[in-house]
Write a protein that binds this ligand. Structure first.
Ligand SMILES: Nc1nc2c(c(=O)[nH]1)N[C@H]1C(S)=C(S)[C@@H](COP(=O)(O)O)O[C@H]1N2
Ligand SMILES: [Mo]
Length: 234
């Protein structure tokens, strides 16, 4: 984070500035929550404005990548969906020209790249991993997505849902990841694929994705619906 950005964000989030700006009484819980929600939305706009689609997340040497990657979801790993490659279909909807569903085999036939990047979870852990997959931008182009639309949304086999602003969806490091540490993505990590978005916090990396849609309406997110900042850039 640059110093200017840090100061801007810190300035924007200080409680003193907040109460001055909103004139609300800090003892009034609802007013404070409302003001914080407004600051969070303002913060989304500032983050989006500061985000440069060309700015790359740091990458690391192969030796730093962890093979036994940590699992996370709101439920245990043994309950993670185990999607059957024989009947899995990726569904497409919204502002996409070619909405034909995709089989696992068709997804795997797409051109792929490898990245070694850090996954950062808000719960206070981070880990470097090696992921291989297709840039989401290439996939969106391939299916004739309207990339002038505002957002790309994702629905998952476990009921999870997330969304990315179009600049992040088209970012060169945003991957549909099919492999982790050179092996087929394990079920608990999102088979047949997870979105790997190294410019975002972990919760904006949906696993076991079953639908991708393109829209002008900001897609809701599972954790943002529970109070986390929607943009959550790193
Ligand atoms: N479908 C789905 N995707 C999800 C989650 C989830 O609960 N369900 N949790 C998110 C969170 S909070 C994190 S930190 C990462 C964890 O991914 P991993 O298990 O591959 O480490 O997945 C993200 N994507
Ligand atoms: Mo997370």
């Amino acid at each position: 984070m640059t110093l200017a950005r840090r100061n801007l964000l810190r300035g924007g989030l200080s409680l003193g500035a907040l109460t001055t700006l909103t004139g609300c009484d800090v003892s009034d819980g609802d007013a404070v929550q409302g003001a914080l929600a407004r600051v969070s939305r303002w913060n989304d706009r500032v983050q989006a404005a500061l985000f440069r689609s060309g700015r790359l997340a740091p990458t690391f040497p192969e030796a730093m990548a962890v093979k036994d990657f940590r699992y996370n979801a709101w439920y245990g790993a043994e309950q993670a969906p185990r999607l059957d490659p024989a009947d899995y279909r990726l569904l497409l909807s919204g502002k996409i020209a070619d909405k034909r569903p995709w089989t696992v085999a068709a997804l795997h036939a797409l051109p792929q790249e490898t990245q070694i990047t850090r996954h950062v979870c808000v719960e206070g852990w981070s880990m470097i991993g090696k992921w291989t997959g297709t840039p989401l931008s290439a996939f969106l182009q391939r299916v004739g997505a309207d990339t002038t639309a505002g957002y790309v949304g994702f629905a998952c086999a476990d009921g999870y849902y997330e969304g990315l602003d179009m600049a992040t969806a088209l970012h060169p490091q945003t991957l549909m990841a099919f492999r982790l540490h050179d092996e087929l993505l394990p079920h608990k990590h999102g088979f047949p694929f997870k979105l790997r978005v190294p410019t975002k916090l972990g919760f904006k990396n949906p696993k076991f994705v079953t639908t991708i849609y393109v829209t002008d309406k900001e897609p809701r997110g599972y954790w943002p619906d529970r109070g986390y900042n929607w943009f959550s850039g790193l």
